[in-house]
Write a protein that binds this ligand. Structure first.
Ligand SMILES: NC(=O)c1ccc[n+]([C@@H]2O[C@H](COP(=O)([O-])OP(=O)(O)OC[C@H]3O[C@@H](n4cnc5c(N)ncnc54)[C@H](OP(=O)(O)O)[C@@H]3O)[C@@H](O)[C@H]2O)c1
Length: 291
């Protein structure tokens, strides 16, 4: 039976991986309390002791705006720690699975980003994630890097869907950015995709996000439309589309964040689920969790 070391189990993707990975082996789940990713020596000693066959790193520093004022911390968790995982995995001959982001790109494309497109991150978070990708690629032969985007889920930390439901219950009107385009992606879909890739021993760099594209405004409209049908408590009456310039944030975000699904579709033999279908499933799951 394979031993799988899984980090980030309190996060959106890690929580789902804890369930989807079960058929693949014995899962050793670790939290920040078990292995703090800012402490390289702890990562090294834990891996040397556990001797996993597969390491899945679902932990990350994900506060995109806060990263602008905490570059050292973001770099330690997103850049240095994955490199240590890679060196340790290589010593054991283990496989390292690492999750990355659309934010490694600058968002100036007009067509979906392929695995071969040149990364050029806009902010500290994207730069730290790119450093992690390179650390994994350069130090571990058996690596799988899955880049994903616009993640939401019912379990783990907060996200755009939960924020919309909270604000929509308090306010009648919301102003939402309509000139950033991406593909909202359910954490459960990411976890099942990673599980399929690991079960097929796939290695390399892959992009994965839901099929279809949306702006944050489109996403918000869809969230409220589905949430109304599921009887979520809502006051919201009007959603106003605004520009990025009207909603300044500390970190600059890519305007076009769509990832190409060609390679992953060819590898797995099926298209990623459409974002609207997955949103519906996540909202009904969330409705049953909170009621
Ligand atoms: N969220 C998105 O929209 C998005 C988009 C593209 C790619 N991604 C990537 O997808 C992956 C999963 O993201 P997610 O949304 O599931 O993240 P998340 O919900 O923010 O969870 C992050 C996880 O990392 C852990 N962590 C943070 N700092 C740590 C440290 N110093 N030591 C150990 N563990 C630490 C957190 O533990 P605590 O609970 O203790 O904080 C949590 O379990 C990440 O690689 C992220 O970069 C995310």
């Amino acid at each position: 039976m394979k031993k799988i070391l899984l980090t980030g189990v309190t996060g959106q993707v890690g929580r789902e991986l804890q369930k989807t990975l079960v058929p693949l082996g014995e899962i050793v789940s670790v939290t920040r309390q078990d292995i703090d990713l800012t402490k390289p020596e702890l990562i090294r000693s834990a891996i040397a002791e556990l001797k996993p066959d597969i390491i899945i790193n679902a932990a990350a520093y994900t506060a995109v705006d806060k990263a602008e004022t905490e570059p050292k911390l973001a770099t330690a968790i997103n850049g240095v720690a994955p490199t240590i995982f890679a060196e340790s995995a290589q010593k054991l001959g283990a496989t390292l699975v690492h999750i990355s982001t659309d934010y490694v790109f600058n968002g100036q494309n007009y067509t979906p980003y392929t695995e071969e497109d040149r990364p050029n991150p806009l902010g500290v978070y994207g730069k730290s994630k790119l450093m992690g990708e390179e650390g994994v690629r350069n130090n571990c032969d058996r690596h799988l890097i899955l880049r994903t985007a616009w993640v939401y889920g019912s379990r783990g930390h907060g996200n755009f869907v939960k924020t919309m439901l909270r604000l929509g219950a308090e306010r009648e009107q919301l102003r939402i950015v309509a000139d950033q385009i991406g593909s909202p992606t359910w954490s459960y879909d990411i976890a099942t995709t990673i599980t399929q890739l690991v079960s097929k021993s796939v290695t390399g760099t892959y992009n994965f996000s839901s099929s279809g594209v949306a702006s944050w405004y489109d996403f918000a409209v869809a969230i409220f439309s589905e949430a109304k049908q599921l009887d979520f408590p809502l006051k919201i009456k009007q959603i106003i589309p605004i520009t990025t310039a009207e909603y300044p944030t500390p970190a600059q975000r890519p305007a076009y964040s769509v990832l190409s699904k060609v390679k992953i579709t060819q590898t797995l033999g099926n298209y990623p689920p459409h974002w609207q279908k997955s949103l519906k499933q996540m909202l009904s799951e969330w409705r049953s969790i909170i009621s």
